[in-house]
Design a protein around this ligand. Structure first.
Ligand SMILES: NC(=O)c1ccc[n+]([C@@H]2O[C@H](COP(=O)([O-])OP(=O)(O)OC[C@H]3O[C@@H](n4cnc5c(N)ncnc54)[C@H](OP(=O)(O)O)[C@@H]3O)[C@@H](O)[C@H]2O)c1
Length: 324
């Protein structure tokens, strides 16, 4: 069985280049998906408290560890949710995640978003007066949370990093602590290539992980797997469109975490194909003059009234990230 290509983080920790995403993997689906994935060679799982399915992931892990893999052969990422950004909450939520998963440690723990919510009132604390909006904590800074992440014991978390951070957010936490995150996990696909951020992370030795590599079409856009260019290249290479999109990310040298709960897709998404420079460039050209960011929390329900990415869709947001 092939376990795929392995990359190395700046800490020296090896990370399999393709991992299984688990967002929107429903209970009853995710246990099966994780078990299928591990039995078919996946050794990298992307998890989070907010996916509200970590206990099921834990049930799947019990079925495969140690009978199929040893814990130390797996690379598991989880993420600290926005309602636990306050320094005292960071360690508490990590313990809850470890309990849900039934493991002693994570290979990577990320600050999920550069946004703090009010603690102690659920994962999406409702705003007291503004209906349909989440209650933001505008006092806890990214630096406060980053320092709390750095204080987590190595015995529970091997590497710490961030997610959805822009260059300005990264610069802020690095300037305040002198500690560079090991990973930044961000949305990246041909319609959002993130060239500037990719170059910045490379220069700083921050490993980039691409989420929504198939362009999760939750906002009703045409699916990237349905793009004619992607389909033509797939047909030529006797591959699936999803394999072509994963290969596009692999070509750029970072880790890619496609999500599926369907057996055939889980298996085929993991089979690496390689793209010629010419095909890579044809797919890259899809993003010329077209810019699509699927994940913009200002248009989520409930709404997060905060500017994160300076996208036009965030024009009506009234709050800014407190970096330091
Ligand atoms: N850090 C963050 O804030 C953040 C945000 C978003 C995502 N993520 C992580 O990144 C992972 C991947 O991103 P994503 O879930 O947004 O999107 P994605 O992996 O780009 O796309 C997932 C969608 O594509 C479908 N799909 C999977 N394989 C396919 C194939 N071979 N052909 C056609 N369609 C296919 C899936 O449906 P089926 O399941 O039915 O196959 C699902 O609807 C997430 O699961 C999560 O772990 C992180």
């Amino acid at each position: 069985m092939s376990f795929g290509k392995i990359l190395t983080l700046s800490s020296g920790t090896p990370v399999p280049q393709i991992g299984l995403g688990t967002w929107q993997s429903k209970p009853k689906e995710v246990e099966n998906a994780v078990e299928i994935a591990v039995r078919n060679g996946y050794r990298h799982l992307d998890l989070a408290m907010i996916y509200e399915n970590q206990d099921e992931v834990g049930a799947a892990l019990k079925k495969v560890i140690p009978s199929v893999v040893k814990r130390e052969e797996m690379f598991m990422t989880s993420k600290c949710w926005n309602s636990s950004h306050q320094p005292a909450e960071v360690a508490k939520e990590l313990d809850e995640t470890l309990k849900q998963l039934g493991v002693d440690y994570l290979d990577l723990y990320l600050i999920h978003w550069p946004v703090a919510f009010a603690p102690g009132n659920g994962l999406y604390p409702p705003h007291a007066t503004k209906k349909g909006e989440v209650d933001l904590d505008l006092e806890t800074s990214l630096v406060d949370t980053w320092k709390a992440m750095l204080a987590l014991p190595k015995s529970k978390v091997r590497n710490v990093g961030v997610s959805n951070f822009t260059i300005a957010h990264l610069e802020g936490i690095i300037a305040a602590t002198g500690v560079v995150p090991i990973v930044n996990q961000v949305e990246a696909h041909p319609l959002l290539p993130q060239d500037e951020l990719v170059a910045y992370c490379k220069e700083k030795n921050i490993h980039l992980t691409a989420y929504s590599p198939l362009g999760n079409n939750s906002i009703g856009e045409k699916k990237l797997t349905d793009e004619a260019t992607v389909q033509e290249i797939a047909a030529k290479l006797n591959a699936t469109p999803a394999q072509v999109l994963v290969a596009w990310g692999v070509y750029r040298g970072y880790t890619v975490i496609p999500k599926s709960v369907q057996e055939e897709r889980i298996i085929s998404n993991f089979k690496q194909i390689s793209l010629s420079k010419e095909d890579y460039e044809k797919i890259t050209a899809l993003g010329k003059g077209r810019h699509v960011r699927y994940n913009i929390p200002f248009r989520y329900t409930p709404k997060w009234d905060i500017v994160l990415f300076d996208e036009p869709e965030e024009a009506g947001a009234t709050n800014k990230v407190k970096i330091a």
